[in-house]
Write a protein that binds this ligand. Structure first.
Ligand code: MLC
Ligand code: AMP
Length: 507
């Protein structure tokens, strides 16, 4: 194969007039139509001088064209770098600069803000809007429907996905063709995806879950997707009877359960509901089964590793567990201090090894060495254990991380912004339970002696530099942060003290 990822995911479908994307307005884009769309874009990118290995950063709304841009990059041998549509210009500047992108694709609305940085880096700037229009599509319109695929090996990079760091700036996780391909093929078998499957797709396509898990699995199975711009409850309820599978974060499931239209009859055509990216409460799992007759299949993954473990498709899907290591993935539980493997049943840090595990962080050899051992095991930062039946349980995190509605938020990034505000001595940002998002962000502020910081001004400052999903939902002034004898802020004590602030205890 000249380009294993392209050939296996996309190339095999060239010329097939089978449905690939069903849009809400009834439009159907066939596999052949999609591959041709991608080829036209690949012409534009290669004609512009982009060479294999160059990075293309894209902050674009979800659309068939946005997905075709991913396929075009794979075909042209470019490294695809998708970016959260919520990121501010400050945040984007770092990703674009750090990755050394040769091309930036954004919504026309963001063009003026990104032009200076693109110019500084000598990067091309193209636009692609939510409706598929823009300079990229304009140029692609009269290009040929096919293009020779650029040769790549399995070890070549296919994508960069940035993940935030607990202390410093975000790290670009380098994913190879083999990382993505091995996981897609494994999941197709494990979850029994076939060409008959129709996946209800409402996830964003700038993260592992919506881009790689959902899309790549559908592509290797030759199936189709009902491709929605975002999660809209009415559309999900409306379209469920036309789908066979759905992938979502736990918020999708709690929102569906809050709607009385979710019934056994409505879910009767579905064969599989999959959840991941954040812990699914056992209660949600049980409620969903009572309401629909389906046991949600929970799986566990990460940006750096794709999917690691999954509950079985045919066997017992256990609430509160993330199932078994996937075929080809080794998993062990180790002592965080010594790195020694622990006895079965003991809680420790989860480490994984396999073809799914990334190549390292872009231009960060020190960070890479801290998390990716020389023997290939990756230290996930999650804490868990394996029970006597082999099911993996995630019981906590060894990293200061908040997961809100499936988005990862690193408190340090927010604390740095809060600490910079007038009258603030120091701050602590914690995740607290939230009925809709699972966890949400709470900011605790300690004023300088005699100061009375204006919380509205501070909230405004956060808005300027941080994406909306990272904004503290509440700011509270407190006298002092609890510290242990080493001077370390005791976030556990804070989480305990404020655990009911958004979801008050019963009674
Ligand atoms: C939106 N908002 C969020 C938010 N999503 N705030 C906190 N956390 C989130 N996740 C903001 C909105 O901008 C809005 O701001 C307000 O909160 C309420 O918006 P909403 O209408 O309720 O949000 P909605 O657009 O419906 O989005 C919620 C959501 C979405 C859960 C559907 O966040 C989502 O699709 N999440 C999926 C994330 C995901 O794909 N994660 C996978 C990562 S990969 P305002 O100002 O209007 O109030 C990974 C690996 C793995 O983790 O294992 O899969
Ligand atoms: P990300 O960095 O966005 O890829 O997020 C990966 C993190 O999400 C993991 O390290 C886990 O902490 C968390 N995660 C993913 N799936 C699950 C799950 N099923 N249960 C609990 N946590 C999960």
């Amino acid at each position: 194969m000249t380009n294993p990822l392209f050939d296996t995911l996309f190339g095999v479908h060239a010329g097939k007039e089978t449905p690939f994307l069903h849009l809400y307005d009834g439009t159907v884009i066939t596999h052949a139509g999609f591959i041709a769309m991608a080829a036209r874009m690949a012409h534009v990118l290669t004609d512009a001088g982009l060479a294999p290995g160059d990075r293309l950063a894209a902050q674009v709304q979800k659309s068939p064209e946005a997905l075709a841009l991913y396929a075009a990059c794979v075909q042209a041998g470019l490294v695809f770098l998708p970016l959260n549509t919520g990121y501010t210009t400050d945040e984007l500047t770092y990703f674009i600069e750090n990755s050394g992108a040769s091309c930036v694709v954004c919504d026309a609305k963001a063009k003026n803000a990104l032009a200076p940085i693109a110019e500084r880096l000598g990067a091309r700037l193209e636009t692609l809007n939510a409706d598929g229009s823009g300079t990229l599509s304009d140029q692609a319109a009269d290009r040929p429907d096919s293009i020779p695929t650029v040769a790549r090996s399995e070890d070549d990079l296919a994508a960069f996905l940035y993940t935030s760091g607990t202390t410093g700036r975000s790290k670009g996780a380098m994913l190879t063709q083999a990382n993505l391909l091995s996981n897609a093929l494994t999941l197709r078998e494990y979850w029994r995806f076939t060409a008959d499957d129709v996946l209800l797709h409402a996830l964003p396509i700038f993260h592992t879950h919506g881009l790689f898990v959902a899309t790549n699995v559908t592509l290797v199975a030759g199936g189709s997707m009902i491709f929605l711009p975002k999660f809209e409850l009415d559309q999900m309820i409306d379209l469920m009877p036309k789908a066979t599978t759905m992938m979502g974060v736990p918020t999708f499931y709690t929102r569906l359960l809050d709607d009385p239209r979710l019934t056994k009859a409505r879910a009767a055509h579905m064969r599989l509901f999959i959840s991941g990216s954040a812990p699914l409460l056992a209660e949600t799992h049980m409620q969903f089964e009572r309401r629909t007759g389906h046991r949600i299949l929970e799986r566990y993954g990460m940006t750096e590793t794709n999917m690691n473990t999954s509950n079985p498709c045919d066997g017992d899907r256990r609430a509160g567990t993330v199932g078994f290591p996937l075929p080809g993935v080794e998993l062990k539980i180790t002592d965080p201090a010594s790195g020694e493997e622990l006895a079965p049943g003991e809680v420790g840090q989860i480490e994984v090894r396999g073809a799914n595990v990334f190549k390292g962080y872009w231009q960060m050899p020190k960070k890479t060495a801290e998390e990716l051992r020389s023997d290939g095991f990756f230290i996930t930062g999650d804490l868990g254990c394996v029970d006597e039946d082999g099911y993996v349980h995630i019981v906590g995190r060894n990293k200061d991380l908040i997961i809100s509605g499936g988005y990862n938020i690193y408190p340090k990034e927010i604390e740095l912004v809060l600490d910079d505000q007038p009258g603030v001595l120091e701050s602590a940002v914690i995740g607290v339970p939230h009925a809709d998002f699972g966890e949400t962000v709470l900011g605790l502020i300690v004023p300088e002696p005699g100061a009375h910081p204006d919380l509205d001004v501070i909230a405004e400052a956060a808005k300027g530099s941080l994406a909306r999903f990272k904004h503290p939902r509440k700011l509270i002034v407190i006298d002092a942060l609890p510290r242990n004898t080493m001077g370390k802020v005791q976030k556990n004590a804070l989480r305990e003290a404020y655990r009911d602030i958004f979801s008050p205890a019963e009674g």
